[in-house]
Design a protein around this ligand. Structure first.
Ligand SMILES: NCc1ccc(-c2ccccc2)nc1
Length: 250
């Protein structure tokens, strides 16, 4: 997968050089290109924004630099043999980012991220590229950031870990909270490891029982209870459970 990111803060994407995404790049599973939007400005102040038509607070990112930057990023990608780019626009007004959307995006050969700053990008930029490539406007949550770069890091990590060969055998996205299966749509329950006792706190007996059926049931019940507590909205989405209502009380 090829990733392009156009941003006025290229250094904000440095985390893409470390950990899981960094390893995926080193393995050649991911090919990341970060572009500094200001390279496509030609005035003394490298201006990328201007006041909004219709008035109002804040500034809007200008069409010129974005158009030139995206034209070049796309041309560079096509030239390198990439194909079928999807424009991913982080915005509070976008489609909620979910594991389902992460899976959809992980199936794409090329993502081009356009994290904005200020009040956003002049709408004509998105409208222009929507005539050429699929555009997905994505929200990573109901809060406003100072820009979309943090969202690019979140989306990239969630997508990269789904790519073949990225997660080692020790890690698996099979048991993810939001992956299909018995634990689908349930939050993760508690986890434990050695030592068996720590500051007077032991391990739930069932986990030491060696009874895999009971352990699986206990884990699902714990996940269900945690989900009922923190995300009751997910409960009706998960598979009918043998979990009795009375057990839902914490
Ligand atoms: N859903 C999280 C999110 C994503 C992007 C932005 C944002 C803020 C300012 C300018 C452009 C995008 N804010 C929140």
């Amino acid at each position: 997968m090829r990733l392009d990111v156009v941003t006025i803060f290229p250094e904000y994407l440095d985390p893409l050089n470390v950990s899981l995404v960094g390893k995926a790049r080193a393995r050649g599973v991911l090919d990341v290109h970060v572009h500094d939007l200001r390279e496509w400005t030609y005035d003394r102040h490298n201006t990328v924004d201007d006041t909004p038509y219709g008035g109002g607070p804040g500034m809007v990112m200008k069409t010129g630099p974005w158009g030139d930057a995206l034209d070049e990023a796309l041309a560079d990608g096509y030239e390198s043999g990439a194909h079928s780019p999807v424009l991913v626009v982080p915005t509070p007004s976008g489609r909620p980012f979910t594991q389902e959307l992460a899976v959809e995006l992980s199936a794409q050969p090329w993502l081009v991220f356009t994290p904005a700053r200020y009040e956003g990008i002049d709408r004509r930029v998105i409208d222009e590229y929507a005539t050429r490539v699929p555009v997905v406007e994505v929200s990573i949550g109901d809060y406003v950031l100072a820009g979309g770069e943090a969202a690019v890091l979140v989306i990239t990590e969630a997508v990269a870990r789904l790519l073949p060969g990225v997660l080692g055998n020790a890690e698996s996205h099979r048991d993810d909270s939001f992956a299909p299966g018995a634990m689908a749509n349930l939050l993760e329950g508690p986890v434990y490891t050695k030592p068996p006792e720590w500051r007077g706190r032991g391990i739930p007996d069932v986990l030491l029982s060696g009874h895999h059926g009971k352990i699986a049931r206990w884990r699902r019940d714990q996940a269900f209870a945690r989900t009922a507590l923190n995300r009751p909205d997910l409960i009706e989405r998960c598979e009918a459970s043998a979990f009795d209502k009375k057990d839902r009380e914490i």
